[in-house]
Design a protein around this ligand. Structure first.
Ligand code: UDP
Length: 458
């Protein structure tokens, strides 16, 4: 009998740490199930990772059946590719990628049966339809954020946008079905904070989210007890269950500083608050100093990730201020990039001051770690509302900016209300673990996905 070719899937994330890391985890899980994977990175992103990070993509290069490929993003070499230029990146990808993708999926030497595209890549659907193969979307944001993006046209039509200044921020939004009682203007995705409801970035998120219903399916990196039906995340937890013999850590754009673990080893149990704002968010020097005073004055230990590009500003202003470095020596530790999941699992860590990027939020939930949320952009505003108001896993201090507020929030989370938050974080972590273990709903959903992909190659 002729040997059947394995199913072959092309996976294409947007070029960003949160997108690439979570989709790489899915790629690893699918490879482990015997599916051949071609994983696409843009050349620009791939080169950046290779240049700055500790081990680039080397771990993934050793996974049998997983092939990494680079493609152009279509932007000129000197384009800044900063978050504020996101619209240009998406529009450019939507033009540049279809012909490359079409060529790849129709290559007779290695035919592709399935595409898994990032949720903002509507062009991939057109290619899949044209060549007659299946496509599903991977949503890297939370289900609550996805739903709010989907409802943006309703919000605009109902006249609930634009937001009329700071005094209008606490107005309740009534056109995101299911969230009527608690979603305020300030909790909407950050790109809703514009004067013009026809703003290009706002419309782009709404358009791409609405177009995603044309795909054959939608993978949400979350779990039922947290957000509702048909999900498969958190992906790292799946890896630990299905491939326990390997260590699974996220890669990033920067060299990992492991010395923080030795420092944590010397700290008392649950005494340290871990502080990180993800891979993209930036803050001014003044904002950094507010956090610094809040942390130091709280008298709790802290481990703080200050990436080389965290502080915005002109040359010289973007360095870590000397006073921060000096005063931190007493009870804090600063690192450029840490092994986050290992840090969150460390017994010395008792809280997370987080920007509410979705991967970090999930990692925190999996680790049973209460959070103080200071969201920066995109879906982070709504995630932080859910962490506080809906899931009761911490405190949302969005838009509040004062050293006393930071100090109070840290003390509430780490001392005064510690038991209450630890208990709810523990409960949620247990629910997540239960659904990812064999027989749990997430375990079965992932099996269903694998079966569906394999059926396409028969
Ligand atoms: N991360 C890390 N080390 C750090 C800071 C962050 O490994 O020092 C990882 C973190 O574990 C997460 C990712 O970077 O997987 C950040 O993704 P997220 O979606 O939270 O935020 P984004 O970077 O997209 O804003």
């Amino acid at each position: 009998m002729e040997k059947q070719d394995p199913a072959h899937v092309v996976i294409f994330p947007l070029p960003g740490v949160g997108h690439v890391n979570s989709m790489l985890k899915l790629a690893e899980l699918l490879s482990h199930a015997g599916i051949k994977i071609t994983f696409l990175n843009t050349e620009y992103y791939y080169d950046r990772v290779i240049r700055h990070s500790s081990d680039g993509f080397s771990r993934y290069m050793q996974i049998p059946g997983l092939q990494l490929k680079t493609v152009t993003d279509g932007l000129p070499k000197d384009h800044p590719r900063t978050p504020d230029k996101f619209t240009e990146l998406i529009d450019s990808l939507n033009l540049a990628i279809p012909p490359l993708l079409k060529e790849m999926v129709t290559d007779s030497n290695s035919p592709v049966n399935y595409i898994i595209a990032d949720g903002y890549m509507s062009h991939a659907i057109d290619v899949a339809r044209e060549v007659g193969i299946s496509i599903i979307y991977f949503c890297t944001v939370s289900a609550c954020a996805f739903w709010s993006f989907h409802c943006i046209p309703n919000i605009i039509i109902a006249g609930e946008l634009p937001i009329k200044g700071t005094e209008d921020m606490d107005r309740l939004i009534t056109n995101v079905t299911g969230m009527e009682g608690f979603l305020r203007c300030r909790d909407l995705p950050s790109f809703c904070r514009v004067n013009n409801p026809m703003d290009l970035q706002l419309l782009l998120f709404a358009r791409e989210t609405r177009l995603s219903v044309r795909a054959g399916g939608l993978i949400l990196n979350t779990f039922e007890d947290l957000e509702g039906p048909i999900f498969i995340g958190p992906l790292n937890a799946h890896l630990k269950v299905r491939i326990p013999e390997k260590t699974h850590s996220s890669s990033g754009l920067w060299k990992v500083d492991r010395s923080c673990i030795a420092w944590l080893d010397k700290q008392p149990k649950q005494s340290v608050i871990y502080v990180s704002f993800g891979s993209v968010a930036v803050m001014s020097r003044d904002q950094l100093i507010v956090f610094y005073y809040g942390l130091v004055n709280s008298k709790n230990g802290f481990l703080w990730v200050i990436r080389p590009d965290l502080i915005s500003g002109k040359d010289g202003e973007s360095q870590i201020p000397e006073e921060v470095v000096e005063a931190t020596k007493e009870r804090g530790y600063i690192a450029g990039w840490v092994p986050q999941e290992e840090v969150l699992a460390h017994k010395a860590v008792g809280g997370f001051l987080i920007h509410c990027g979705w991967n970090s939020t999930l990692e925190s939930i999996m680790a049973g770690m209460p959070m103080i949320c200071w969201p920066s952009f995109a879906d982070q505003q709504i995630n932080s509302r859910f962490v506080d108001e809906v899931w009761k896993l911490g405190l949302d201090i969005k838009d509040l900016f004062d050293r006393n507020i930071v100090e109070k929030a840290v003390n509430d989370l780490m001392v005064k209300r510690k038991e209450e938050f630890m208990e709810s974080a523990d409960q949620m972590a247990n629910l997540a673990k239960k659904s990812v273990n064999e027989g749990g709903s997430l375990y079965c959903n992932l099996d269903r996905l694998v079966k569906d992909i394999k059926m396409m190659s028969l």
